[in-house]
Design a protein around this ligand. Sequence first.
Ligand SMILES: Nc1nc2c(ncn2[C@@H]2O[C@H](COP(=O)(O)OP(=O)(O)OP(=O)(O)O)[C@@H](O)[C@H]2O)c(=O)[nH]1
Ligand SMILES: [Mg+2]
Length: 478
Amino acid sequence: MPSSALTPAIREEIARLGCADIMVGIPSYRNAATIGHVVRAAQAGLVQYFPDLRPVLVNADAGSPDGTQRVVVETEPPGYIEQILLVHPTNRLDRVSLTYPEVDGIGGKGAALRTLFEMAAALEVEALVVVDSDLRSIVPEWIELLAGPILKGGYDYVTPLYARHKYDGTITNTVTYPVTRALYGLRIRQPIGGDFGVSGDLIRHYLSQNNWTADVSRFGIDVWMTTTAVTGGFAVCQTRLGAKIHDPKDPGSDLGPMFREVVGTLLTMARDNAERWLTITGSHDVPAYGFERYAEPAPLEVNTLRLLAQFHSGSLTLAETWGRFIAPDNCGRVLALAAEAGTLAEAAAHRLGLSRESGEGTAGRTMPSTDELSDAVAAFHFPDELWALVFYDLLLSASYGEVDVERLVAAFLPIYFGRVGSLVIENRHLSEEQAEEHVERQAREFELRKPYLVERWQQAAAKAPQRNGSAHGPEPDR
Ligand SMILES: Nc1nc2c(ncn2[C@@H]2O[C@H](COP(=O)(O)OP(=O)(O)OP(=O)(O)O)[C@@H](O)[C@H]2O)c(=O)[nH]1
Ligand SMILES: [Mg+2]
């Protein structure tokens, strides 16, 4: 990990705080509208569930221009919580809001977490809980649910289990869940959930790693944390948080950079940990903590037409690059699907009176719902098995191919749009539960197809022995 870059102000804060047992960290960037509730819920959780521990709450903000930090500072103080909950904790809760420094010139969620890790290590906390600042559905109990397995159960890493809307969490559902499960053999349903708990031991392990990249400073951080915990042999469990309600995002318009950062990190880590996953077959359940909750997630709209149009337009400019990293048979099938996506999207846009490329409503025409859009392109289907194979082609090329990972992932993005478009279309009439079965089916497909990856990996490794044994072998310090 890059050497510490804590600012003098943060060091002073650490010196003032001295030490703590439990810390809640909240990364933020432009979350003035929602962070107040998150801070109140986290404070209440610390006061209510851990009255005998020394607690601290730290907001690591990007220097948001919308007054996010002011909201944190002006939110009712812990004393208010003590009053309304009638709790008299042994130790006063300290609350801090700071602007975190960039890591090697890069700011982002990961850089914020780097500062939180360093603070947690310096304060010698036993458990660090991190929660997103755009959450609507957080309640005080989340703090217990995320820290309890560490403090009471001896776990090191606690990942969330949520009821998410069937169209939310698309990077998780299509990539990080099935790939983490198939590679490392653990069924961690939300490997990049954003709300999690980490033990003091694991924080020290994180700080000792030397594979921190620009992507990890951004949204690559979550998959980096999960993969580092798993490959380091730390005890992982899941915790049942109920619904995740947060600022909604449309996968076709909002998630491009996040996809590149998450998938870029996942691929690089798969490359560096081949010795750990090559021999794993099948997968195991990961224990779950907390009482079952049934919650209705908030609905989310997705523009399926735009997803299909992006898949198609990507194929027009990227066919040659695709041919360089996707096996010929798979590539032929992907190109045929992209052509079909283009034809269907164009006809549907015409019928619905929408502009073709953006799928946006033209003047005087309101935007149709996700269901209406999906009905209009209902014939489109991107098979599970092809998705798994193409992803494995990507993974292999990221390690042994001639195109660098950044370019590979950027070129892969339109294919992901095609896959997500297909899932939204297929799931439009399914309940959340049925959609969940579909996610499981797809994950099993990744396991089933793993021999395809392993075989090709071994062939490539045999041709490039100098890369396999050294740069891409396991790191000696773990
Ligand atoms: N400090 C900091 N926090 C950030 C930055 N970008 C995002 N965040 C925080 O990271 C958290 C997750 O970001 P979101 O944009 O909500 O991401 P998401 O798509 O909801 O991701 P998931 O919730 O993990 O599915 C939020 O608390 C953001 O405020 C950043 O540049 N700096
Ligand atoms: Mg969010």
